[in-house]
Design a binder for this molecule. Structure first.
Ligand code: HEC
Length: 110
């Protein structure tokens, strides 16, 4: 019995973990963020150009961003002069998913 359990556990564990896991950040990015920020993060989309979104592959832009502010932007949105620039994604993503998105945005740096 002991041996059987030890054999089964490594097989069962990844299944359990992947079932509990939300969509990967890349998928969330493509579905919810790429329309503005572009799949590559360069924001060369119609919306991205219109909103003058910065190029997140640019190391200088990345250096100016802070992880906690990025997280806040994703959860609470971005407003400027009382106008919404980016909506809040609080209802779509958990804090963990939002953190994964921050890490994903960081990975876009060229
Ligand atoms: C309607 C277009 C739009 C969508 C959709 C959008 N954003 Fe944004 N986002 C903006 C704008 C505009 C800014 C502010 C301008 C800039 O950063 O150049 C911004 C800023 C940001 C920032 C920078 C915050 C900071 O610290 O300065 C991050 C990170 C970010 N968005 C991530 C995301 C993620 C992740 C998603 C998807 C869940 C997303 N955005 C969806 C328009 C959008």
């Amino acid at each position: 019995m002991k041996i059987k359990l030890r054999l089964l556990l490594p097989l069962a564990l990844p299944l359990f973990v992947s079932a509990a896991q939300a969509a990967p950040a890349k998928e969330n990015w493509e579905n919810s963020c790429a329309s503005c920020h572009g799949e590559d993060g360069k924001a060369q989309t119609r919306q991205g150009k219109k909103l003058k979104i910065r190029d997140y592959t640019d190391a200088a832009v990345q250096a100016k961003m802070k992880d906690d502010e990025m997280l806040k932007a994703i959860l609470d949105g971005v407003t400027e002069g009382g106008k919404e620039r980016m909506k809040s994604f609080k209802d779509e993503f958990s804090e963990a998913e939002a953190k994964d998105l921050v890490a994903f945005v960081r990975s876009l740096k060229a």
